[in-house]
Design a binder for this molecule. Sequence first.
Ligand SMILES: [Fe+2]
Ligand SMILES: [Fe+2]
Length: 202
Amino acid sequence: MSPSEYTPTRRPRHTPPALRPTLPEWAVVSPERLDHIERVAELTSAWAEQLGVPDPERHRWLRAVWLHDAMRDAPLEDLEKWASDTPGPPELRHGPASAARARAEGATDRGVLDAVRYHSLGLAEWDMVGRVLYCADYLEPGRPFDQEHRAALAERFPTDPADVLREVARARLLHIIQSGWPVLEPTHRFWNSLVGTGAGSQ
Ligand SMILES: [Fe+2]
Ligand SMILES: [Fe+2]
């Protein structure tokens, strides 16, 4: 669907308490995008519960979830304004733009901002927020491909997050390579950080 075929909503729906916070009021997302973000929030919340994560940390995970695609359907001028140092298509700009916007609105949590900024690329220095968002964004059940395998990984995440993260990164990297796209530097470093880069690094 092209951006001109729907009217992006600025109105967050009612968000159940377990999935809060919610979309920032400056978000520009299509109804389908909001469905995706809600599914990512549901999966993240379920993992937090299974892992027994304390409330403040769960809150950081969910803040990143609600921010990560908040500018995914924003007009190109807005993406250029908020991510002026990130060239390329909207798919690569919306994370940096959302992070910059959140920061301008007063967000200061480095882990949350890095999770949002790099959610399309990966980042070697991520804390758990970035890792959870990267996995939940890919493993949420609404994506049409590879459903069985992704559901199995989603179920395994709470017992083996490091291995599931590596599997998700592998699948996403393979997709980049099979599509003939360049592997950007943060992605390359992220992958190496997950698998080790030489003798003795395991
Ligand atoms: Fe995204
Ligand atoms: Fe997403």
